[in-house]
Design a protein around this ligand. Structure first.
Ligand code: ADP
Length: 369
């Protein structure tokens, strides 16, 4: 297995479009790295440059310390798993998995051992004689993984491998891939547009937008300390609430005012916000950090109450989501399913201000979280 280094890597397509700009990343051996971002942000282009399927137009790519910019894809010691499996329909599962080894002219007993080992890891042993047409979507995806494993590459590259599967299977395969990562101890680079997939699979996540890397962090850090408005809005579902608010000062504390609501900023967040007094900023709070009235009586870290008029009520099971209008903005919140509030009703909520994020309205960078 191996580590990778990308230094100032860029991709300019022949039509002049810059798909990826100045991408810098050190990937350690055995890491599970996710590239995530909306469609067209440059995830696949970056992955394809690593695979050697796309020329690198600027910068350097190293695998295990060796510059591989001009090395043929087949000589890079990587295996790629695509969303459309790319299995050979006329070959059995066994032969599909053995194919890369036959190309390499590996001896039959070695092929047999490697294919059976991979089949055992992926629970495919009973399916080795079947053709892909006789397999379910999830089984085909496992065969595609098995073929990658059989190659025993230094690095696995996966481009939206689960996007053709239905929701239930996707969750199952997500767990399978996690287990696979632990069992193989492999370096994996995985592309997805789905932030939930990114958050559940990755040891580190690279968030991209318009060809530019926005933030690289662990899932927990991305969630609690997004570096800018884009990352804050992209990571987390339902998305973080954003409200334009004016920074003020009252009784020795900083405040944020939106409409007729004013909330006090905790002193721990005041220093960074001080230069913004008198200016409009963007306050951010996740729906789970907006709490109901009965929860805030005993909790000292909550903001002043805010009245919301519920515009949408969604029962999720043990919880419900509400979307509501507040004076000066709109918010969504997780509330208990036992709360009788419904569309059209008023509800009092408060922000868990320790979890408050504030962003600069011009640069969209985080001021404090
Ligand atoms: P993602 O995988 O994040 O959806 P891609 O890496 O496929 O995005 O594409 C990044 C950007 O590069 C997109 O705006 C896309 O339209 C553009 N692009 C991709 N391939 C080409 C090409 N061959 N020529 C010009 N632009 C391209």
């Amino acid at each position: 297995m191996a580590g990778l280094t990308l230094e100032h890597v860029g991709k300019k397509y022949p039509n002049g479009y810059e798909g990826v700009k100045d991408f810098n990343l050190e990937i350690a051996d055995k890491e599970f790295i996710i590239f995530v971002g909306p469609s067209g942000c440059g995830k696949s282009t970056t992955l394809r440059m690593i695979a050697g399927l796309e020329d690198i137009t600027s910068g350097t790519l190293k695998i295990d310390g060796r510059v591989v910019n001009d090395v043929e894809p087949k000589d890079r010691d990587i295996a790629m798993v695509f969303q459309n499996y790319a299995l050979y329909p006329h070959m059995t599962v066994y032969e599909n998995m053995a194919f890369p080894l036959r190309l390499r002219k590996a001896p039959q007993d070695q092929i047999d051992k490697i294919v059976h080992d991979a089949a055992r890891i992926l629970d495919l042993e009973k399916l080795l004689d079947r053709k892909p047409s006789a397999l379910s979507g999830g089984q085909r995806q496992r065969v595609a993984m098995g073929r990658a494993i059989a190659r025993q590459p230094k690095v696995f590259l996966m481009d939206e491998p689960l996007s053709n599967l239905d929701a239930k299977l996707r969750v199952q395969m997500r767990a399978e891939i996690s287990k696979l990562h632990q069992r193989l101890g492999a370096t994996i680079i995985y592309v997805t547009h789905d932030q939930t997939e990114a958050m559940t699979l990755g040891t580190r996540i690279v968030v991209m937008k318009d060809g530019v890397m926005q933030q690289v962090d662990t899932p927990a850090k991305l969630y609690s300390e997004p570096c800018n408005l884009f990352v804050a809005g992209f990571i987390g579902s339902p998305q973080m609430n954003f409200i334009d608010a004016t920074v003020g000062e009252a009784a020795g504390h900083l405040t944020l005012t939106f409409g007729k609501n004013t909330i006090t900023v905790p002193d721990s967040k005041a220093a960074a916000l001080k230069p913004y007094v008198g200016k409009v900023v963007i306050a951010g709070i996740r729906p789970e950090d907006v709490v109901e009235e009965h929860e805030y009586a005993e909790n000292k870290k909550l903001s002043e109450p805010i009245e919301a008029v519920v515009t949408v009520y969604e029962l999720l099971g043990s919880e419900a989501m509400i979307y509501g209008d507040v004076d000066g903005g709109a918010i969504s919140a997780h509330i208990s399913a036992t709360n009788p509030v419904r569309t059209g009703n008023r509800i009092k909520v408060a922000f868990d201000v320790d979890k408050l994020h504030v962003f600069d309205k011009d640069t969209e960078l985080a001021i404090v979280h």
